[in-house]
Structures are given as C-alpha cells and as structure tokens.
Design a protein around this ligand. Structure first.
Ligand code: AP5
Ligand code: MG
Length: 213
C-alpha cells in the first residue's frame, strides 16, 4: 500500500519521507524533487517550471500528473510509494484516485503533519538541501550534522524558492488550494493527524507506530 504525506511547505514531509524510505522499504515520490530534476535538465519545459517554482506558484496539473503516472506505473515502486507534495489540489486528488484504481493500488495511510506558519518560516529559511542525495538539514537546528554530512557540507545548498516572500506565497496557496482537500482524506479510517511542531524524532516514532499497524 502507498502513503500520502500531507502538510504545508516546511512541515517536514521530505525529512520524514527519508526516514520511511530507510526503515520501511518505501520509495519517496516528491513532486517538488521531480520538478527540480526537470529544471536541472535545462529543457524548455524546465525553464517554465523554474519560473513557476521561483514565484511559489503551482506547476500545471498536466505536467505534474504526467510525472506522477510514470512513477505509479513503474513496477519497482508498485504499492510502495510515499506521495510527498502530491496531491495539492482537488483535481490532483481525483487524478490520483483514478490512476491508483486503474493500476489496482491503494492508499494505506494518509499522514497529515500539521504545523503553523510561524514555525514554518524559520524551518524553511534555515533549510539546507543536499544537491547529491536530497537530504534536508537546517542551519539553525543541525549545525553539527551539516559539518558531518556524508556527501560533504559543500553540497548542502539553499533552495531558490526558500526566501520569505516566496514562503508566504507558498503557504497562502497551501491554505487556499491544498488544505481543503483534507476534508476528503480526513473522513477515511487510515487518516492520522500528527502535531508537526514536535521534534523530528518524536514524529518519526509516531509514523513508525502507524506503519506497524
Ligand atoms: P516542494 O518541494 O514539494 O515544496 P513544499 O511543498 O513547499 O514543501 P517543502 O519541501 O518546502 O517542505 P517539506 O514539508 O518537505 O519540509 P522539509 O522536510 O524539507 O514543492 C516546491 C514547488 O514545486 C512548489 O511550490 C510548486 O511550485 C511545485 N510543485 C511541487 N509539487 C507540485 C504539485 N503536486 N503540483 C503543482 N506544483 C507542484 O523540512 C523543512 C526544514 O525544516 C528542513 O530544514 C528540516 O531539516 C526542518 N525540519 C523538518 N522537520 C522538523 C521538525 N520536526 N523540527 C524542526 N525542524 C524540522
Ligand atoms: Mg519537501
């Protein structure tokens, strides 16, 4: 079964997804990472995507859905996907249902990391992402881990969209377009809300407990 990790920008979706991958044999499908990979290819689609991400706007459903379908239909990932940053609006939620039904897969758990805006700002402003392994650390909270990062601290970079103006735009978009789809998921028995303001380890323990069931 697959997992949806849901939450605002900076909630810790990527951080927790990386732990789930290591401990529970899942694959992280971060639409943000897939889109940033496309930007690195410097294609014309990549430059359009770069512009949208830089402004904190959504990339078109068409482009994101295409990337998503490629992953869902990949045999290696079958029923072991963590959806990180998808779905983000009602159309994407419907699309996910349709594709999963078509390929006879299910969502086993929807986990909502609930974090308020004031906490998010500090997390995102301090985030350092490894350009090699995509690990996310934080210059305010993980100074020592940054120095000891296995790929080398020089590979930890700031994301271009991690500035205050864009963070506010992303949060506002989350509140208007993304959060309302929780009405749909929260009615399901497999939905769990976690207080995302807790320490990283505390949240990981709660997710471990959910995945054991
Ligand atoms: P995306 O890359 O998905 O960004 P996001 O949703 O804004 O989420 P973030 O990656 O910023 O946050 P996160 O929850 O992963 O937090 P993290 O674990 O890194 O998308 C980027 C853009 O791509 C979008 O704006 C849009 O343009 C486009 N896009 C993506 N998907 C799309 C879609 N489906 N449709 C259309 N467009 C799409 O943690 C953040 C920081 O906090 C880190 O430094 C971490 O170390 C720290 N931290 C994490 N947890 C804790 C904790 N519990 N305590 C203290 N610090 C913590
Ligand atoms: Mg992320």
């Amino acid at each position: 079964m697959n997992i949806i990790l849901f939450g605002p920008p900076g909630a810790g979706k990527g951080t927790q997804a990386q732990f789930i991958v290591k401990k529970h044999n899942y694959f992280q499908l971060s639409t943000g990472n897939l889109l940033r990979d496309e930007v690195k290819l410097k294609t014309s689609l990549g430059s359009k995507i770069e512009q949208l991400i830089s402004n904190g706007e959504f990339v078109s459903d068409e482009a994101v859905n295409t990337l998503l379908k490629q992953a869902i239909t990949h045999l290696k990932f079958r029923d072991r996907i963590i959806f990180d940053g998808y779905p983000r609006n009602i159309e994407q939620a419907i699309n996910l249902e349709l594709i999963l039904n078509e390929f006879k897969q299910t969502i086993g758990h929807t986990i909502f990391l609930n974090v308020s805006r004031d906490i998010i700002e500090k997390r995102i402003m301090g985030r350092m992402t490894c350009e090699k392994c995509n690990m996310t650390l934080n210059e305010y909270f993980n100074k020592e881990q940054i120095e000891l990062h296995p790929c080398g601290p020089e590979h930890l970079k700031k994301r271009k969209d991690d500035n205050l103006e864009v963070v506010i735009a992303r949060y506002d978009t989350y509140m208007t377009a993304t959060k309302p789809i929780l009405d749909f998921y929260s009615k399901n028995l497999n939905f769990t809300e976690i207080d995302g303001a807790q320490e990283i380890d505390q949240i990981t323990t709660k997710i471990d407990d959910i995945l054991k069931v």
